[in-house]
Design a protein around this ligand. Structure first.
Ligand SMILES: *Cc1c(COP(=O)(O)O)cnc(C)c1O
Length: 342
C-alpha cells in the first residue's frame, strides 16, 4: 500500500480529510444499502431537524496498525450498540448493529493508506454519526436520516511522555438525572463548550462535573470517565445513570480484574472522599488513560500523591496493559480486536 506522507509523530487531534467516507440514508421507513463516496460535503434543507433541534448522535473509535502489520479496530460491537442506544433516546432509527461494523470496516479499508504506521502512536480516528435530515419546524423527530462514517488520522494523545493533568470542579452541570448524559449526543457537547473554554482560560485541562441533583458526587469530565485507585490498589469508578458508558473504562475495569488481579468496584463516589484516593485517571478512546495530578475545588487543591511529573503506578500499568492488548502484544479477550482485511 502507498501510505500517505504525514508527519505521523507530530500530528495533532485535528480533522484531516481522507479520500473516502460511508453514507447510508433512511427514507420511507428503511435504510438504503449504503455506499462509499468521495463527497465530503453535505447539502441539506435549512430546516433539517439536525440544525433546528440538534437531532444527532455520534461515536468515536480508532483503527491502527499492529506490530505484525495488520489493521485492526477495538471492540466496534460496543460502539454499534451504544450508537443504537443513543439513537433510540433521540427518537432516531438505530443503524443496524452488524451493518455498523461493516460500514466502519469498509471506510477504514477504503482509507487504508491513511492508517498511521505502527509505533508512531498515531491512529486513524473513526467518526460514525447519525442525524435527522428532512425539514422539521414543529418539534418532532425527523422522518429521514443519514448515517455516515468518516476517518481522520490523528497523532498520539501524549507526545514526549504522559503528563498528569490539572482539572477543576465545575460549577456547571453536564447532565440532568434522567436526562441524556448516558448517550453520545452532540447536544451534550454543545452545552459543555462554555465551561470548557472558561476552564481552559483559567489554566485547567478539563472540568470535573458533579451530579446535578446534589452536587456531591463525581460524574465525569466533558468527554472521559473517571477511574480512581485506592491506597490498597482497588480500582473504583463512579456509578451513575447520567455518565456516558466509556468503552475504554469498561475495558480497563476488565483488564484490572482479569489481567492484573485487582479488585474493581463501580459505585457512587463522593467528592468528599476523592482526597483519600492514591491515583486518578481519565478514560477515553484517544488517551486510554490520562493521569490527573491535581483537582482544583474552588481554590482548594486536591493533590494526588502521584505528583505532577508522571502518572500513578497502577494507572500507568493499566494503560500499558490495555495498549499491549490493543497492539496484539498481549492476548486479547475474545472479540476485542477485529481485523480489517485489506
Ligand atoms: C465518548 C465519551 C467518553 C469516552 O468513551 P470511550 O468509549 O472510552 O471513547 C466518555 N465520556 C463522554 C461524555 C463521551 O462522550
Amino acid at each position: 500500500m502507498a501510505r500517505m506522507e504525514y508527519d505521523w509523530e507530530n500530528l495533532d487531534f485535528g480533522y484531516r480529510k481522507t479520500p473516502w467516507r460511508y453514507v447510508s440514508e433512511f427514507k420511507n421507513g428503511s435504510w438504503d444499502e449504503g455506499r462509499l463516496t468521495e463527497e465530503d460535503q453535505i447539502t441539506l434543507s435549512e430546516c433539517a431537524c439536525v440544525f433546528q433541534y440538534a437531532q444527532t448522535v455520534f461515536e468515536g473509535l480508532k483503527a491502527y496498525e499492529t506490530k505484525d502489520n495488520r489493521v485492526v479496530i477495538f471492540r466496534p460491537d460496543l460502539n454499534a450498540t451504544r450508537l443504537a442506544d443513543s439513537a433510540r433516546r433521540l427518537e432516531m432509527p438505530p443503524f443496524p448493529e452488524e451493518r455498523f461494523i461493516d460500514a466502519v470496516k469498509q471506510t477504514v479499508r477504503a482509507n487504508a493508506d491513511c492508517v498511521p504506521p505502527y509505533g508512531t502512536g498515531a491512529t486513524l480516528y473513526i467518526r460514525p454519526f447519525l442525524f435527522g435530515t428532512n425539514p422539521v419546524i414543529g418539534v418532532k423527530p425527523a422522518t429521514e436520516y443519514q448515517f455516515r462514517v468518516f476517518t481522520t488520522p490523528v497523532g498520539a494523545y501524549f507526545k514526549g511522555g504522559v503528563k498528569p493533568l490539572v482539572i477543576k470542579v465545575s460549577d456547571f452541570d453536564r447532565a440532568a438525572p434522567h436526562g441524556t448524559g448516558n448517550i453520545k449526543a452532540g447536544l451534550n457537547y454543545a452545552m459543555s463548550l462554555y465551561p470548557i473554554v472558561t476552564a481552559h482560560e483559567e489554566g485547567f485541562a478539563e472540568n470535573m462535573y458533579l451530579d446535578a441533583a446534589t452536587r456531591t458526587k463525581v460524574e465525569e469530565t466533558g468527554g472521559a470517565n473517571f477511574l480512581f485507585v485506592t491506597k490498597d490498589h482497588k480500582i473504583v469508578t463512579p456509578k451513575s445513570d447520567s455518565i456516558l458508558p466509556s468503552i475504554t473504562r469498561r475495558s480497563l475495569m476488565y483488564v484490572a480484574e482479569h489481567y492484573l488481579g485487582l479488585e474493581v468496584e463501580q459505585r457512587e463516589v463522593f467528592l468528599e472522599e476523592v482526597p483519600d484516593f492514591a491515583e486518578c485517571g481519565l478514560c477515553g478512546t484517544a488517551a486510554v488513560i490520562s493521569p490527573v495530578g491535581k483537582i482544583n475545588d474552588h481554590g482548594k487543591e486536591i493533590a494526588f500523591p502521584t505528583g505532577m511529573e508522571e502518572g500513578g503506578e497502577i494507572c500507568m500499568k493499566l494503560r500499558q496493559t490495555l495498549l499491549d492488548i490493543q497492539e496484539g502484544i498481549l492476548e486479547a479477550p475474545e472479540g476485542w480486536i477485529q481485523e480489517v482485511e485489506l
